[in-house]
Write a protein that binds this ligand. Structure first.
Ligand code: PGA
Length: 243
């Protein structure tokens, strides 16, 4: 894993530039996309670069990591809605080429999502956040490293972390459909971004813990092409030699 400790705005710019370079090199590339607060700055930077005519997403294919179970595609809390609002509505991507697991017709995604990704040529670049408990996508501690797309019961800490997007904690869905750990590890390259002090403990564990299923992100150490981007707060417990 290659670590970069940078200011948030430089992380957004650098990651957006990596995506733009990839798309310009391979216009029909496959991007793995994430939701939550972490990638918002990268998506804003991509929209800006598209507006400046630096890139076209016309032939790009995207696969999102996860979706809440039970929320309709138009629900304002759904990740379908989030992706349209924060990225897809502002660039020239063909919506038919965008994919988010289906939280209503879950059987469809459970059966076909990994197969579809494989048939599209596999994910060239996967963007990832990290949960305070070390989850990647919605793969909570204890998830098998060999998992593919599956349904999960969300942990209390994840429900609490995500309740800030809902009017009350009771509205946070208790289940999600998520790409599995193996689905994520199949990506050719992975970029994980961690911003803020609330991610510091997870980032410390990512570098210090052994590889074990009760800390899902630890598997990333076995992937040949991973970049970790942290701001100074998220990197605050890392020893100088790691930085
Ligand atoms: P966040 O979530 O980007 O909203 O912090 C990241 C995650 O839980 O994977």
């Amino acid at each position: 894993m290659k670590l970069f400790v940078l200011k948030e705005k430089d992380i957004n710019e650098k990651v957006a530039n990596e995506i733009v370079s990839l798309v310009n090199e391979k216009p029909s590339c496959v991007l793995g996309l994430a939701t939550g607060s972490t990638p918002l700055g990268v998506y804003k930077a991509l929209i800006q670069k598209y507006a400046n005519n630096e890139v076209s997403f016309k032939n790009v294919h995207t696969y999102n990591l996860d979706e809440y179970v039970g929320l309709s595609l138009n629900d304002k809390q759904s990740y379908h809605y989030y992706m349209k609002k924060v990225l897809f509505d502002h660039i020239d991507i063909d919506l038919n080429n965008t994919h988010v697991p289906n939280g209503v017709d879950v059987d469809k995604s459970l059966k076909g999502y990994d197969e579809e990704i494989k048939n599209a040529g596999g994910i060239d670049l996967q963007i990832l956040g990290i949960g305070s408990n070390g989850h990647i996508a919605f793969n909570e501690p204890g998830t098998s490293f060999s998992s593919l797309t599956h349904i999960v019961n969300l942990n209390k800490s994840t429900i609490e972390d995500n309740s800030r997007f809902f009017t009350s904690i009771d509205e946070v869905p208790k289940q999600a459909i998520t790409m599995g750990i193996s689905s994520i590890m199949n990506a050719k390259k992975i970029i994980l971004i961690a911003l803020g002090e609330h991610k510091a403990e997870a980032i410390k564990r990512l570098f210090q813990d052994s590889i074990r299923e009760d800390f899902p992100a630890s598997i990333l150490k076995t992937h040949p092409n991973v970049e970790i981007y942290c701001d100074a707060l998220a990197a605050k417990y890392l020893k100088q030699e790691v930085k």
